[in-house]
Design a protein around this ligand. Structure first.
Ligand code: HEC
Ligand code: HEC
Length: 346
């Protein structure tokens, strides 16, 4: 063998080996990973709102929120690609759908109780926990579809520094986005801000406001504070016999004291809805208030506020007072929230 041939064979061997090694490492990491250096974001909290608790393992970041927004509006999360979160949770209705009992996504950053009856074990949990349920059980997301996607792996890496997407990161991104669904800029908020050029209540709205926050209407007991929900569960006398979905929190706890108790929904943007209560039984705010006024049914778990002394037969509001309450609830509509670009599809 001449020296040249030997040199050529050595060269060839080295070349093939180098090629093999470089191919192998390319297969393991054939992706041009972006930087992992997420930008922290401070949640903007409207005046008078309670403080928000954000889990330390899922701080808000620009990358996480943007990813959550994209996922929220993407049908890729659904096992058959038929639905995105926003197919049912529509922004223009406060992230619910008209004519249904779909719970709105409004100020859920402040919620520790989820679903009308606290579904399964969703009592005292956080948005990460609920989102994981939505992804794994409700949408039955096929996670490999995201791992094989053109853009998602890079976006997840930027947000969470992971090269393998799992349902946990999907849930965490959705939770971050949902924390930004903050509504606190309605006419009511502007009136209370009392600055130069801020609107004022009409006489009727003012009357409704007073009824709402006084013993006459008694609404504030449960829909009080700036969230217009205390995020607890009550039986407000819709039924006296509890079957099927009407069992409420009882179906989670098994405790007879929880029969007929449901999560208090926020009244922000409620004027846009036309399917009220856990089963959508009322079609207008008037029907809802007429229930409180004269339709409350007795049962052992009925909340005492419903039948307190002097109100054993309902609130006894006049037709004008009912109109005033309705007018006040209309002041809780937040047009800015309903059209805020950062909450819509990217
Ligand atoms: C087919 C319609 C539909 C789709 C799609 C949908 N939801 Fe919902 N969502 C509902 C209904 C109905 C409820 C109320 C269910 C209950 O209380 O039992 C609800 C409730 C919720 C709640 C609880 C709200 C509260 O106030 O307690 C959260 C959080 C939520 N959905 C998140 C999501 C996310 C995230 C997605 C996408 C991954 C999603 N939903 C997709 C119909 C839908
Ligand atoms: C004891 C607590 C309590 C009081 C007092 C109360 N509510 Fe409610 N409210 C609830 C609960 C709980 C629900 C949900 C019940 C269900 O779905 O079974 C609810 C539901 C509603 C809804 C339906 C919202 C939706 O999205 O479906 C409206 C509107 C409403 N209340 C308005 C009022 C008004 C107005 C008053 C005063 C006249 C009032 N509430 C007093 C606890 C209360």
């Amino acid at each position: 063998m001449t020296r040249q041939i030997r040199a050529f064979i050595i060269f060839l061997t080295v070349f093939v080996l180098t090629l093999a090694v470089s191919c192998e490492s390319e297969n393991a990491d054939n992706f041009d990973w972006p930087d992992y250096d997420p930008t922290p974001i401070e949640l903007e909290i409207p005046g008078g709102f309670p403080p928000v608790i954000i889990p330390p393992d899922n701080p808000l970041t620009k990358e996480g929120i943007n990813l959550g927004r994209k996922l929220y509006h993407d049908k890729i999360l659904h096992i058959d690609g038929l639905l995105s979160c926003s197919s049912c949770h529509l922004q223009e209705y406060g992230f619910t759908s008209p004519g249904t009992a779909i719970l709105p996504h409004i100020n859920l950053a402040w919620s520790r109780n989820f679903m009308w009856d606290g579904k399964f074990d969703m009592i005292n949990v956080n948005l990460e926990y609920v989102s994981l349920f939505e992804v794994e059980d409700f949408m039955q997301t096929n996670v490999s579809r995201l791992n094989e996607h053109e853009h998602y792996p890079g976006l997840f890496y930027e947000a969470f520094g992971v090269k393998e997407i799992t349902s946990t990161e999907i849930a965490y991104a959705l939770a971050q986005f949902m924390r930004t669904q903050v509504s606190g800029n309605s006419k009511y908020d502007q009136v209370l801000a009392e600055g130069i050029g801020t609107p004022v209540f009409t006489e009727q709205e003012m009357w409704g406001y007073e009824l709402f926050f006084s013993e006459t209407g008694d609404c504030f007991h449960c829909h009080g504070n700036k969230l217009f929900t205390d995020n607890k569960f009550y039986n407000i006398g819709l039924d006296s016999v509890f079957e099927g979905v009407n069992k409420g929190l009882y179906s989670v706890t098994g405790n007879p004291a929880d029969l007929g108790k449901f999560k208090v929904p926020t009244l922000r943007n409620a004027a846009l809805r036309n399917g009220f209560m856990h089963d959508g039984r009322f079609k207008s705010l008037r029907e809802v208030i007429e229930h409180y006024n004269s339709g409350v049914l007795n049962s052992p778990t009925l909340d005492p506020v419903m039948t307190k002394p002097g109100k054993e037969f309902g609130l006894g509001l006049s037709a004008d007072e009912i109109d005033a309450l309705i007018a006040f609830i209309h002041t809780l509509t937040d047009e800015e929230f309903l059209s805020r670009e950062e909450l819509g599809p990217p």
